[in-house]
Write a protein that binds this ligand. Structure first.
Ligand code: KG4
Ligand code: ZN
Length: 381
């Protein structure tokens, strides 16, 4: 039960992959029932530049960089001039304990344990995936990525049952939630995660790391080229066959909620090896294939479980094409509300970890002793 007029301040740490992040947030009850979450301070130190030359995350380098950055990042969050609270005013420390790279996770978990011990505060272990879901409960809640001023009148929050699609570099999952902190995995990827597929295909196309934003950019260029070209003004003119690339939509009609993206990567590799191809056209079709599958399966789950809300989360949720496609399908075929976090809360950050922790703190009686909290690379729900 959420208590009346409860205020909770959480300091969260996230180091599961290649971003060293910390955030300070405040959870408040509104209308005596709904917890709203506001970010007081959030810092993300990205390691993208470090890993770019390897075309992907280099785990050993990632943990070293986390070790260097973790204290300065926490310091910056705490010393934000706009935030007039001290470490002693914090109710709990939260930390991502998995899934992720074990060497990276250990840096964050040990920093969080040290703080919890020194400050004598509870330590809340958070699953990275629930963080991506709870990004949709952060601050000035919004639909369609528009910020709506949080007032007690127009407050929009996800309602249960809800379906959450989390799509990132390390995981892809469709999750059903009937209430807070209750996760039922409907489907997962059987091989590559959606973000991993973006990264691998970008590497095949020499587009650099991270692949998602690179593929999105070049695809947008291809789309505007087609739209502005003579093909649009005179539909009788055929687009040359060499420019029409068709990729499969793996498992789009399977009667489960699982995904598979490795075949798509192989199909792209085949084209890259055997044929002359237009790089932008291929990137565009790849993005269409991935987003078609993700949007179709999420719609199906929404209908099957009569979800009242649909939540998108994870790095791939930053993709505009996915945001558009999912929003239009959900709005067209269901009465569910769609929630999509702002871009800064899609890719890894600590505010989303703190958001999940607020609900753990408010709804769970037992407090974890820092001593029992452990990093777990393969953590599941
Ligand atoms: O959530 P995240 O920051 O880290 C993990 O939890 O893995 O997600 C990173 C993934 C990368 O694979 C990256 O290529 C992908 O998210 N990504 C995108 C976009 N921005 C990041 N994928 C497609 N379109 C984007 N705009
Ligand atoms: Zn993530």
């Amino acid at each position: 039960m959420i208590q009346k007029s409860q205020k909770i301040k959480i300091l969260a740490i996230e180091t599961s992959c290649d971003e060293t992040a910390a955030a300070l947030i405040e959870g408040k009850t509104v209308n005596n029932k709904q917890l709203t979450i506001n970010i007081l301070s959030s810092v993300v130190a990205s390691q993208i530049k470090l890993h770019q030359k390897y075309g992907g995350v280099y785990p050993e380098m990632a943990s070293r960089a986390h070790a260097e950055k973790i204290i300065p990042v926490i310091n910056k969050v705490i010393n934000n001039k706009a935030v007039s609270i001290g470490m002693r005013d914090i109710d709990a420390i939260a930390v991502t304990v998995g899934p992720g790279l074990i060497g990276s996770l250990l840096v964050g978990v040990n920093a969080a344990k040290t703080l919890a011990y020194a400050l004598q505060k509870p330590l809340i272990p958070i699953n990275h995936l629930e963080g991506h879901i709870y990004a949709n409960f952060v601050g000035n809640l919004k639909t369609k990525n528009e910020k709506v001023k949080t007032t007690t009148k127009n407050l929009k929050v996800p309602e249960f049952p809800l379906v959450a699609l989390t799509v990132a570099g390390g995981h892809t999952a469709l999750v059903l939630m009937k209430e807070h902190l209750d996760y039922q995995i409907l489907g997962e990827t059987l091989d590559d995660a959606a973000g991993e597929a973006f990264d691998k295909v970008a590497r095949l196309l020499d587009l650099g790391y991270p692949g998602g934003p690179a593929i999105e950019q070049i695809s947008a260029r291809w789309k505007s080229k087609i739209q502005n070209s003579k093909f649009k003004t005179n539909p009788n003119i055929q687009i040359p066959n060499s420019k029409l690339i068709k990729l499969p939509r793996p498992m789009i009609h399977s009667d489960d909620f699982n995904f598979s993206f490795s075949g798509l990567k192989t199909a792209v590799l085949k084209i890259v090896k055997e044929e002359k191809f237009d790089q932008a056209a291929l990137a565009f079709e790849f993005q269409e294939a991935v987003t078609d599958v993700l949007a179709t399966k999420t719609l199906k789950a929404t209908q099957k479980y009569k979800a009242k809300s649909v939540l998108l989360g994870g790095g791939v949720a930053a993709n505009q094409r996915l945001r558009q496609k999912l929003t239009s399908q959900i709005q067209k075929y269901t009465d569910a509300q769609i929630f999509i976090p702002p871009l800064s809360l899609c890719t890894d950050n600590a505010a989303m970890i703190a958001a999940a922790a607020v609900f753990h703190f408010a709804l769970k009686k037992e407090r974890e002793n820092w001593y029992n909290v452990k990093a777990e690379g393969n953590l599941r729900f």
